[in-house]
Ligand binder design. Structure first.
Ligand code: SAM
Length: 272
């Protein structure tokens, strides 16, 4: 069956008009209308036919179609209750597609995706960080995460210690994966165009470089960055000031100066 291409400005306008839809700003709806960008995302994800892919936010099925055409088994989560009827039509005939209606932050992803899978998504920008932290902090069988995010978030994901934008997201991304910004995407590639430049980030998930109790590690990292302007002695006081002082780290430092290795060592000391 030959499917009409969704990643096109007039096709997208036609679909929205037909279903009497408007992009909902509050749901971060900026639909891709650029076939070249869809192809580049699919290429960056190195999709092999038959592999499982989780897409977060299917929209009207634009990126989904690229993934399905590459042969992936796509499970797509979508929160907007108006979109399943649209997807039923735009993706009719693709047998490798499964839609899950609901909020990605409330769905049990380990149950939904029990086998090895990749995440490929043009994320809703209002909750990008929560989604990424959820994917990275839980030990899911995910092998690669390819996401479209705001350029500024892409820079935070790949930021080095000591920089102002280095934070809990940078630590989580770098603890879990080798990451890189693959390419930038201009506002004109979307309908409606967002106010910011976007970027696609590729995270190749691998074994973490340090042995830690992961749940505790992420708790320490989040706590340290929750009040990032405070010194470690104060931001981590809830773990016991005496213990922080005994750890050997310079307690006047701030979280943003700690490397991954230093976070791991501190976490193991506090846990011990
Ligand atoms: N994948 C489509 C594309 O590339 O054109 C749409 C991407 S759009 C940036 C983000 C999508 O995520 C929207 O369809 C929106 O309704 C959906 N969304 C927003 N919040 C969500 C949530 N909490 N859980 C699941 N989907 C959500």
């Amino acid at each position: 069956m030959l499917h009409p291409l969704i990643a096109d400005p007039s096709a997208t306008r036609h679909i929205l008009k037909k279903f009497k839809l408007r992009a909902v700003k509050g749901l971060g709806q900026n639909f891709l209308i650029d076939a070249d960008i869809v192809n580049r995302i699919v290429t960056a994800a190195e999709i092999c036919a038959g592999e499982d892919v989780l897409e977060i936010g299917a929209g009207i099925g634009t990126l989904t179609q690229g993934l399905l055409e590459a042969g992936a088994n796509v499970t797509a989560i979508e929160l907007d209750k108006k979109l399943p009827a649209v997807l039923k039509e735009t993706l009719a005939g693709y047998e490798n597609f499964r839609l899950v209606e609901g909020d990605v932050l409330k769905i049990n992803l380990s149950e939904l995706m029990p086998r090895r899978f990749k995440v490929v998504a043009n994320l809703p920008y209002y909750i990008t960080t929560q989604i990424l932290l959820t994917l990275l902090e839980k030990n899911l069988p995910v092998t690669k995460i390819v996401t479209m995010v705001q350029k500024e978030v892409a820079e935070r994901m790949t930021a080095a210690p000591g920089s102002k934008i280095y934070g809990a997201l940078s630590v989580a991304v770098q603890f879990r994966s080798e990451s890189r910004i693959a390419f930038e995407v201009p506002p004109q590639s979307f309908l409606p165009p967002p106010e910011v430049t976007s970027a696609v980030v590729v995270c190749d998930v691998r074994k973490p470089p340090f042995e830690v109790d992961e749940e505790f590690f992420f708790k320490v990292v989040r706590t340290a960055f929750a009040q990032r302007r405070k010194t470690l002695l104060n931001s981590l006081a809830c773990f016991g000031k005496e213990k922080i002082l005994a750890s050997g780290i310079d307690v006047k430092r701030r979280a943003e100066t700690l490397s991954l290795e230093e976070f791991a060592a501190l976490c193991n000391f506090l846990k011990g």
